[in-house]
Design a protein around this ligand. Structure first.
Ligand SMILES: [Zn+2]
Ligand SMILES: [Zn+2]
Length: 344
Protein backbone atom coordinates (compact mmCIF):
# COMPACT_ATOMS: atom_id res chain seq x y z
CA UNK A 1 0.00 0.00 0.00
CA UNK A 2 1.01 3.62 -0.50
CA UNK A 3 1.71 6.02 2.38
CA UNK A 4 2.88 9.65 2.60
CA UNK A 5 6.42 9.69 3.99
CA UNK A 6 8.58 12.48 5.36
CA UNK A 7 12.09 12.65 3.87
CA UNK A 8 13.48 15.93 5.18
CA UNK A 9 12.16 19.47 5.74
CA UNK A 10 10.26 20.63 2.65
CA UNK A 11 10.41 17.14 1.10
CA UNK A 12 7.56 14.61 1.17
CA UNK A 13 7.19 11.49 -0.93
CA UNK A 14 4.94 8.45 -1.29
CA UNK A 15 6.43 5.06 -0.38
CA UNK A 16 5.20 1.48 -0.68
CA UNK A 17 4.85 -0.41 2.57
CA UNK A 18 3.21 -3.59 3.82
CA UNK A 19 -0.56 -3.24 4.14
CA UNK A 20 -1.73 -2.27 7.65
CA UNK A 21 -3.11 -5.13 9.73
CA UNK A 22 -4.68 -5.89 13.10
CA UNK A 23 -1.99 -6.19 15.75
CA UNK A 24 -4.05 -5.96 18.94
CA UNK A 25 -7.57 -7.06 19.77
CA UNK A 26 -8.65 -3.41 20.17
CA UNK A 27 -7.46 -2.38 16.67
CA UNK A 28 -9.27 -1.74 13.43
CA UNK A 29 -7.86 -1.43 9.92
CA UNK A 30 -9.35 1.41 7.91
CA UNK A 31 -9.42 1.91 4.14
CA UNK A 32 -8.93 5.66 3.84
CA UNK A 33 -11.43 7.59 1.68
CA UNK A 34 -10.29 11.17 2.41
CA UNK A 35 -7.29 12.47 4.37
CA UNK A 36 -5.70 15.89 4.69
CA UNK A 37 -2.73 17.96 5.77
CA UNK A 38 -2.90 19.66 9.19
CA UNK A 39 -1.52 23.08 10.13
CA UNK A 40 0.41 21.24 12.86
CA UNK A 41 2.11 19.10 10.18
CA UNK A 42 3.79 22.28 8.97
CA UNK A 43 5.85 22.53 12.18
CA UNK A 44 7.89 19.44 11.22
CA UNK A 45 7.52 20.00 7.44
CA UNK A 46 9.30 23.33 7.93
CA UNK A 47 11.90 21.75 10.22
CA UNK A 48 10.80 23.77 13.25
CA UNK A 49 10.02 20.58 15.20
CA UNK A 50 11.80 17.26 14.71
CA UNK A 51 10.49 14.32 12.73
CA UNK A 52 12.55 11.31 11.81
CA UNK A 53 13.24 10.80 8.11
CA UNK A 54 11.25 7.90 6.68
CA UNK A 55 8.34 8.21 9.12
CA UNK A 56 4.76 8.27 7.90
CA UNK A 57 2.52 11.33 7.99
CA UNK A 58 -1.06 12.40 8.60
CA UNK A 59 -3.49 12.16 11.50
CA UNK A 60 -6.88 13.10 10.00
CA UNK A 61 -9.12 10.84 7.87
CA UNK A 62 -12.49 9.34 7.13
CA UNK A 63 -12.73 5.82 5.78
CA UNK A 64 -14.34 2.41 5.70
CA UNK A 65 -13.58 -0.24 8.31
CA UNK A 66 -11.76 -3.11 6.62
CA UNK A 67 -11.14 -5.41 9.61
CA UNK A 68 -11.57 -5.31 13.41
CA UNK A 69 -9.85 -7.04 16.35
CA UNK A 70 -11.72 -9.52 18.56
CA UNK A 71 -12.55 -6.92 21.25
CA UNK A 72 -14.13 -4.46 18.83
CA UNK A 73 -17.92 -4.75 18.80
CA UNK A 74 -19.21 -1.20 18.16
CA UNK A 75 -17.95 -1.01 14.58
CA UNK A 76 -17.72 -3.76 11.99
CA UNK A 77 -16.16 -4.22 8.56
CA UNK A 78 -17.97 -2.10 6.01
CA UNK A 79 -18.87 0.72 8.43
CA UNK A 80 -18.12 4.27 7.27
CA UNK A 81 -16.31 6.16 10.06
CA UNK A 82 -14.63 9.37 11.18
CA UNK A 83 -11.06 8.47 12.20
CA UNK A 84 -10.12 10.88 15.02
CA UNK A 85 -6.46 11.62 15.72
CA UNK A 86 -7.24 10.90 19.36
CA UNK A 87 -7.65 7.26 20.38
CA UNK A 88 -9.84 7.42 23.47
CA UNK A 89 -10.78 4.15 25.16
CA UNK A 90 -14.08 5.65 26.35
CA UNK A 91 -13.97 4.02 29.79
CA UNK A 92 -11.05 5.51 31.76
CA UNK A 93 -11.70 8.40 34.18
CA UNK A 94 -10.33 10.96 31.71
CA UNK A 95 -12.43 9.78 28.78
CA UNK A 96 -15.51 9.64 31.03
CA UNK A 97 -14.84 13.24 32.11
CA UNK A 98 -14.96 14.21 28.42
CA UNK A 99 -11.23 14.56 27.74
CA UNK A 100 -10.63 11.65 25.38
CA UNK A 101 -7.67 13.50 23.84
CA UNK A 102 -5.85 12.68 27.09
CA UNK A 103 -7.03 9.06 27.43
CA UNK A 104 -5.21 7.26 30.25
CA UNK A 105 -4.91 4.17 28.08
CA UNK A 106 -3.22 6.09 25.32
CA UNK A 107 -0.40 3.94 23.96
CA UNK A 108 2.63 5.33 22.31
CA UNK A 109 3.25 3.98 18.86
CA UNK A 110 2.00 4.76 15.41
CA UNK A 111 -0.96 7.09 15.61
CA UNK A 112 0.18 8.79 12.44
CA UNK A 113 0.17 7.51 8.89
CA UNK A 114 -3.40 8.55 8.00
CA UNK A 115 -2.21 9.92 4.65
CA UNK A 116 -2.20 6.35 3.35
CA UNK A 117 -4.38 3.89 1.49
CA UNK A 118 -4.88 1.85 4.67
CA UNK A 119 -4.14 2.45 8.33
CA UNK A 120 -4.16 0.65 11.66
CA UNK A 121 -6.28 2.36 14.32
CA UNK A 122 -5.98 1.81 18.09
CA UNK A 123 -8.87 1.78 20.58
CA UNK A 124 -11.24 1.45 17.65
CA UNK A 125 -14.26 0.31 19.62
CA UNK A 126 -15.10 3.65 21.22
CA UNK A 127 -12.88 6.17 19.43
CA UNK A 128 -14.13 5.66 15.87
CA UNK A 129 -17.29 7.61 15.06
CA UNK A 130 -19.79 5.80 12.86
CA UNK A 131 -21.27 7.82 9.97
CA UNK A 132 -24.64 6.63 8.64
CA UNK A 133 -24.53 4.98 5.20
CA UNK A 134 -21.56 4.75 2.87
CA UNK A 135 -19.19 7.32 1.33
CA UNK A 136 -21.13 7.11 -1.97
CA UNK A 137 -24.22 8.47 -0.18
CA UNK A 138 -22.55 11.85 0.35
CA UNK A 139 -21.56 14.75 -1.89
CA UNK A 140 -17.91 15.84 -2.12
CA UNK A 141 -18.73 18.88 0.04
CA UNK A 142 -20.33 16.71 2.72
CA UNK A 143 -17.32 14.36 2.72
CA UNK A 144 -15.08 17.37 3.30
CA UNK A 145 -17.15 18.45 6.29
CA UNK A 146 -17.17 14.90 7.70
CA UNK A 147 -13.37 14.80 7.35
CA UNK A 148 -12.99 17.92 9.54
CA UNK A 149 -14.50 15.89 12.39
CA UNK A 150 -11.27 13.87 12.65
CA UNK A 151 -9.42 16.90 14.05
CA UNK A 152 -9.79 20.48 12.85
CA UNK A 153 -13.50 21.09 13.55
CA UNK A 154 -13.29 19.29 16.89
CA UNK A 155 -10.15 21.25 17.79
CA UNK A 156 -11.77 24.59 16.93
CA UNK A 157 -14.79 23.56 18.97
CA UNK A 158 -12.49 22.54 21.84
CA UNK A 159 -11.11 26.09 21.91
CA UNK A 160 -14.66 27.44 22.24
CA UNK A 161 -15.66 24.84 24.85
CA UNK A 162 -12.61 25.33 27.05
CA UNK A 163 -13.05 29.11 26.79
CA UNK A 164 -16.57 28.42 28.10
CA UNK A 165 -18.24 30.43 25.34
CA UNK A 166 -21.92 30.90 26.12
CA UNK A 167 -24.97 32.57 24.72
CA UNK A 168 -24.54 36.32 24.22
CA UNK A 169 -20.75 36.33 24.61
CA UNK A 170 -18.32 38.54 22.75
CA UNK A 171 -15.43 36.37 21.57
CA UNK A 172 -12.06 36.92 19.92
CA UNK A 173 -10.64 34.18 17.69
CA UNK A 174 -6.86 34.32 17.30
CA UNK A 175 -5.62 32.56 14.17
CA UNK A 176 -7.14 32.31 10.71
CA UNK A 177 -5.87 28.86 9.82
CA UNK A 178 -8.38 26.06 9.46
CA UNK A 179 -8.53 25.56 13.25
CA UNK A 180 -9.23 29.24 13.91
CA UNK A 181 -11.91 29.28 11.23
CA UNK A 182 -13.50 26.20 12.81
CA UNK A 183 -13.21 28.04 16.14
CA UNK A 184 -15.51 30.70 14.67
CA UNK A 185 -18.03 27.93 13.88
CA UNK A 186 -17.59 26.54 17.40
CA UNK A 187 -18.18 29.92 19.05
CA UNK A 188 -21.31 30.40 16.98
CA UNK A 189 -22.60 26.91 17.85
CA UNK A 190 -22.24 27.80 21.53
CA UNK A 191 -24.26 30.98 21.05
CA UNK A 192 -21.69 33.78 20.88
CA UNK A 193 -23.28 37.07 19.87
CA UNK A 194 -20.24 38.84 18.58
CA UNK A 195 -17.27 37.01 17.08
CA UNK A 196 -14.17 39.04 16.30
CA UNK A 197 -11.82 37.14 13.98
CA UNK A 198 -8.20 38.16 13.68
CA UNK A 199 -7.15 37.66 10.07
CA UNK A 200 -5.11 39.56 7.54
CA UNK A 201 -5.80 37.43 4.45
CA UNK A 202 -8.87 38.35 2.34
CA UNK A 203 -9.84 34.73 1.49
CA UNK A 204 -9.72 33.74 5.16
CA UNK A 205 -11.55 36.90 6.24
CA UNK A 206 -14.34 36.02 3.82
CA UNK A 207 -14.61 32.46 5.14
CA UNK A 208 -14.54 33.68 8.76
CA UNK A 209 -17.52 35.93 7.95
CA UNK A 210 -19.32 33.11 6.21
CA UNK A 211 -18.76 30.95 9.32
CA UNK A 212 -20.23 33.61 11.64
CA UNK A 213 -17.58 36.25 12.40
CA UNK A 214 -19.18 39.66 12.94
CA UNK A 215 -15.95 41.71 12.94
CA UNK A 216 -12.52 41.27 11.35
CA UNK A 217 -9.28 42.67 12.68
CA UNK A 218 -6.31 42.56 10.31
CA UNK A 219 -3.82 44.19 12.68
CA UNK A 220 -1.39 42.32 14.95
CA UNK A 221 0.02 42.91 18.44
CA UNK A 222 -0.74 46.21 20.22
CA UNK A 223 -2.74 47.56 17.27
CA UNK A 224 -4.97 44.49 17.39
CA UNK A 225 -5.48 44.97 21.13
CA UNK A 226 -6.43 48.62 20.57
CA UNK A 227 -8.94 47.65 17.90
CA UNK A 228 -10.61 45.09 20.20
CA UNK A 229 -10.80 47.66 22.98
CA UNK A 230 -12.42 50.16 20.57
CA UNK A 231 -14.96 47.56 19.48
CA UNK A 232 -15.84 46.62 23.07
CA UNK A 233 -15.99 50.12 24.55
CA UNK A 234 -12.76 49.52 26.44
CA UNK A 235 -13.88 46.44 28.38
CA UNK A 236 -12.30 43.56 26.48
CA UNK A 237 -13.98 40.30 25.56
CA UNK A 238 -15.64 37.44 27.46
CA UNK A 239 -13.72 34.61 25.82
CA UNK A 240 -10.69 34.16 23.58
CA UNK A 241 -9.97 31.21 21.30
CA UNK A 242 -6.19 31.03 20.94
CA UNK A 243 -5.53 28.95 17.82
CA UNK A 244 -1.95 29.96 16.96
CA UNK A 245 0.39 29.00 19.81
CA UNK A 246 3.01 31.74 19.47
CA UNK A 247 4.00 34.00 22.34
CA UNK A 248 2.59 37.07 20.59
CA UNK A 249 -0.76 35.39 20.08
CA UNK A 250 -1.04 34.31 23.72
CA UNK A 251 0.00 37.84 24.84
CA UNK A 252 -2.65 39.40 22.62
CA UNK A 253 -5.22 36.95 23.98
CA UNK A 254 -4.42 38.03 27.55
CA UNK A 255 -4.48 41.71 26.64
CA UNK A 256 -7.91 41.63 24.97
CA UNK A 257 -9.48 39.67 27.85
CA UNK A 258 -11.79 41.48 30.21
CA UNK A 259 -11.12 40.63 33.87
CA UNK A 260 -12.58 37.19 34.55
CA UNK A 261 -12.48 36.06 30.90
CA UNK A 262 -11.30 32.61 29.86
CA UNK A 263 -8.78 31.79 27.15
CA UNK A 264 -9.27 28.46 25.35
CA UNK A 265 -5.96 27.46 23.92
CA UNK A 266 -5.49 24.95 21.11
CA UNK A 267 -2.48 26.42 19.28
CA UNK A 268 0.46 24.14 20.07
CA UNK A 269 2.67 26.13 22.49
CA UNK A 270 5.81 27.40 20.79
CA UNK A 271 7.43 28.95 23.85
CA UNK A 272 8.38 26.74 26.81
CA UNK A 273 8.49 29.60 29.29
CA UNK A 274 5.45 31.64 30.00
CA UNK A 275 4.85 34.21 32.69
CA UNK A 276 1.38 33.59 34.09
CA UNK A 277 1.35 36.51 36.53
CA UNK A 278 -0.71 38.71 34.20
CA UNK A 279 -3.44 36.07 34.32
CA UNK A 280 -3.57 36.43 38.10
CA UNK A 281 -3.92 40.18 38.13
CA UNK A 282 -6.92 40.08 35.78
CA UNK A 283 -8.55 36.87 37.10
CA UNK A 284 -8.15 35.34 33.66
CA UNK A 285 -8.62 31.62 33.18
CA UNK A 286 -6.33 29.72 30.82
CA UNK A 287 -7.42 26.29 29.61
CA UNK A 288 -7.13 24.18 26.52
CA UNK A 289 -5.06 21.38 25.13
CA UNK A 290 -5.69 18.33 23.00
CA UNK A 291 -9.25 18.25 21.69
CA UNK A 292 -11.90 15.76 22.87
CA UNK A 293 -12.53 14.69 19.30
CA UNK A 294 -14.71 11.60 19.73
CA UNK A 295 -16.69 13.16 22.59
CA UNK A 296 -17.59 16.29 20.60
CA UNK A 297 -18.31 14.37 17.39
CA UNK A 298 -20.75 12.09 19.18
CA UNK A 299 -22.30 14.86 21.30
CA UNK A 300 -22.89 17.56 18.73
CA UNK A 301 -20.61 17.90 15.71
CA UNK A 302 -21.60 14.88 13.58
CA UNK A 303 -25.26 15.81 13.83
CA UNK A 304 -24.47 19.46 13.05
CA UNK A 305 -22.68 18.39 9.86
CA UNK A 306 -25.30 15.84 8.81
CA UNK A 307 -28.11 18.37 9.26
CA UNK A 308 -26.20 21.01 7.28
CA UNK A 309 -26.14 23.38 10.27
CA UNK A 310 -22.37 23.75 9.85
CA UNK A 311 -20.17 23.38 6.75
CA UNK A 312 -16.60 23.28 8.05
CA UNK A 313 -15.44 21.43 4.91
CA UNK A 314 -15.12 24.84 3.24
CA UNK A 315 -11.65 25.09 4.82
CA UNK A 316 -10.45 22.67 2.11
CA UNK A 317 -9.60 25.01 -0.72
CA UNK A 318 -7.39 22.62 -2.75
CA UNK A 319 -7.55 18.89 -3.46
CA UNK A 320 -4.78 16.45 -4.36
CA UNK A 321 -4.21 12.76 -5.05
CA UNK A 322 -1.92 10.90 -2.63
CA UNK A 323 0.80 10.85 -5.31
CA UNK A 324 0.73 14.66 -5.26
CA UNK A 325 1.58 14.76 -1.54
CA UNK A 326 4.50 17.17 -2.02
CA UNK A 327 2.21 19.67 -3.75
CA UNK A 328 -0.39 19.26 -0.97
CA UNK A 329 2.16 20.30 1.67
CA UNK A 330 3.60 23.08 -0.48
CA UNK A 331 0.16 24.61 -1.04
CA UNK A 332 -0.34 24.93 2.71
CA UNK A 333 3.22 26.04 3.41
CA UNK A 334 2.90 28.83 0.82
CA UNK A 335 -0.62 29.73 2.02
CA UNK A 336 -2.04 28.90 -1.41
CA UNK A 337 -4.51 26.58 0.33
CA UNK A 338 -6.18 27.10 3.70
CA UNK A 339 -6.18 23.32 4.06
CA UNK A 340 -5.16 20.62 1.57
CA UNK A 341 -7.51 17.69 0.94
CA UNK A 342 -6.22 14.28 -0.17
CA UNK A 343 -8.67 12.25 -2.25
CA UNK A 344 -8.34 8.48 -2.62
ZN1 LIG B 1 -4.44 17.95 12.82
ZN1 LIG C 1 -9.63 6.53 28.00
Amino acid sequence: MKVATFIQPYEMTVTETEKSQIEESTDAVIRVVRACVCGSDLWWYRGISQKESGTFAGHEAIGVVEAVGSDVTQVRPGDFVVVPFTHGCGHCATCKAGFDGNCQHYQSGPIIGYQAEYMRYRNADWALVKIPGQPEDYSDDQLKSLLTLSDVMATGFHAAKTAEVKSGDTVVVMGDGAVGLCGVIGAKLLGADRIIAMSKYPDRQALAKEFGATDIIAERGDEAVNRVMELTGGTGVDAILECVGTEQSVDTAINVARPGAIIGRVGIPQNENMNTNQLFFKNIGLRGGIASVTTFDKEILLEAVLSGQINPGKVFTKAFALDEIQAAYEAMDKREAIKSLIVF
